[in-house]
Ligand binder design. Structure first.
Ligand SMILES: *Cc1c(COP(=O)(O)O)cnc(C)c1O
Length: 371
């Protein structure tokens, strides 16, 4: 059994992918070929935003977003410690002060009461990087209220949530700039690294497009600002155009798989994901919570001996990572994140997961028993 079955997906699109790659090899525009614009147009439309800019990874999308905003070393950004390191890493890389804020126990996303408290206690607050963990959009109504009140920018880290929705609005469209990732294991993934920035602001869109090509100005040899090499390869755009054709169908299938898991775990001691009313998840992960750390460890071991892969996102919250020692946080600072890190487990999740496999997974999990 696979944790994410990309081979099963490839069977459906292999011919189309081959043809699209061949087309790129024929036209030879490996950098910024026509597929880039085609992909940007298609995904901007899907997200319901005016501008999209394809880039080299989800991490670079976040970096480009921060570089495009008016932030300076020492400015403070707010995000959760229960996320992939890239979310906070890019801010630290630019010399920004990272202020962690604990998560909500049910959604694993930023706790907006604690967010406001943290902002009140800060000196130079500038931006909120809201993460849509496991595919579920963060609480954007409240985040927007707080950002407006304290005049902060919002970046949406939609690396896991592209395709999820919040009151009818698609993830990848929230905040001043939204960022997603096309890492192969994400809901919409390429065959390498890739990412995208989305915005409705023409000026931010212009800046992102410039910064991702070394701060390019009117032409290649006029550099108006410091930038990076952050472009997406044409071949990855071609692959994404192919995968995007089946993406809406895959989102439906992910939802069915998630519903099946939730149904199979109902009335047991396993806590299943909570999706607030009016929201949908893109189900990048299906993560359950156990009552105790030991239980999680026993389940994980049993699954492994049964040949069932599982994963822990995330075993160590960012405030306890050595890389962030300088921030001065310690154990106990973000208790909800710490509890989740010790009891959470992500189960196999992909559109092609079979019902009989799900039943087997759930049987093995429940065979450990509540003790
Ligand atoms: C995957 C991920 C990223 C980084 O994306 P890459 O394409 O791997 O650079 C950033 N934030 C979150 C929450 C992610 O899951």
């Amino acid at each position: 059994m696979q944790f994410i079955d990309l081979a099963e997906q490839q069977k459906l699109i292999r011919e189309d992918v081959d043809q699209r790659i061949k087309k790129v090899l024929d036209h030879g525009q490996y950098i910024m070929g026509p597929e880039i614009k085609e992909l940007e147009t298609a995904l901007a439309k899907f997200a319901g935003v005016r501008y999209a800019s394809a880039c080299s990874s989800g991490t670079d999308a976040l970096l480009l977003a921060l570089m495009a905003l008016d932030v300076w070393p020492g400015d403070e950004v707010f995000t959760t410690p229960f996320t992939f390191i890239a979310t906070a890493e890019v801010a630290a890389l630019l010399g920004l002060r990272v202020n962690f804020v604990d998560i909500d126990y049910d959604t694993f996303n930023i706790d907006t009461d604690k967010l406001e408290e943290a902002i009140k206690n800060s000196i130079t607050p500038k931006a909120i990087i809201a993460v849509d963990l496991f595919g579920l959009p963060a609480d954007y109504d409240n985040i927007k209220l707080i950002a407006d009140k304290y005049d902060l920018k919002i970046i949406e880290d939609a690396a896991q949530s592209f395709g999820g929705t919040y009151r009818g609005q698609v993830a990848g469209s929230f905040g001043d700039i939204a960022c997603t990732s096309f890492f192969p294991a994400k809901p919409l993934g390429c065959y390498g690294d890739g990412g995208m920035c989305f915005t409705n602001d023409p000026n931010l869109s212009y800046l992102i497009d410039s910064i991702k090509v070394h701060g390019q100005g009117v032409d290649k040899y006029n550099n108006d600002r410091i930038g990076i090499n952050g472009r997406m390869d044409t071949i990855q755009a071609a692959i994404l155009l192919s995968k995007f054709q089946i993406f809406p169908e895959e989102l439906k299938k992910r939802q069915e798989v998630a519903d099946k898991y939730t149904d199979l775990f109902s009335h047991t001691w396993v806590k299943t994901p909570v999706i607030p009313d009016g929201l949908t998840s893109s189900w990048a992960q299906y993560s359950v919570m156990f009552q105790k750390h030991d239980q999680r460890e026993k389940v994980r071991e049993k699954l492994s001996t049964e040949g069932i892969p599982s994963a822990i996102y995330y075993p160590k919250p960012l405030h306890l990572q050595k890389a962030f020692d300088e921030l001065g946080y310690g154990i106990g600072d973000f208790p909800v994140s710490e509890i989740c890190a010790s009891k959470i487990l992500s189960l196999p999740m992909h559109p092609y997961l079979k019902e009989e496999d799900q039943k087997r997974i759930v049987d093995v999990v429940l065979s450990i028993g509540f003790s």
